[in-house]
Design a protein around this ligand. Sequence first.
Ligand SMILES: [Zn+2]
Length: 253
Amino acid sequence: MTARIFAFECGEITVPTDSFLAGEQGSLTVPVPAYLIDHPEGKVLFDTGLNLAIRQHKEELLGPLAATQDVRFPEGADIVSQLKRLGLETYDIRYVINSHLHYDHCGGNQHFPRATVLWQQREWKAAQNPKTWAAGIYIPQDFDHGQELVRLEGEHDLYGDGALVLFPTYGHTPGHQSLRVQLASGPVVLAADCCYLKRTLDYLHMPRSVYRLEEARASVMKLRDLQAGGARIFFGHDPEFWQTIPKAPTAIA
Ligand SMILES: [Zn+2]
């Protein structure tokens, strides 16, 4: 069984380049991606972008992190509007996968009360700590909405047919995960933030700060293996890569 992917740009963030590539000067404006995966057994979101509330309440939500994050979140860029343009309603989504629980990856979760949410157990645990809420690293208003939740421990073949396989890519955060999707054209890996940029995959140029550097490097090496095996890697926030892929309503098949 194969699937199709639709890519959405849910706004942009400008951050110090150093936070993506240790030691680099200047700032970098990057897309906030989210993806719909269309599978015959049910539609799946991989990440949900930004919380609508960030337009008015960025400082309250992000706390000390707000100062380093310049967020551009235009009308119509939110995940619900993007799905609407494909003729879909929020209840058409069966599963919401979050790569991890940073604010640019789960801010739209609240709009999918009927979906089942899939996280790694380690990410769930990390997001229970009030100290990380105060630091703006995890924001309960983004992800704590009472949906049915599956806490995974390691790899998970969502529909049992190999079309959508979640796998751990720890290190950026305690429980980061990526998704391998089998398209008719071959495998694609939605890497998310275990690999922000192509430069990180090519040169192992890591961000300034990650949760655990050794795990983060091992995750990048895992992506290299998958790439060597023929998979196309979709980077977490690479503006140049982002220009090269079709966006919804065009499917990636
Ligand atoms: Zn991110």
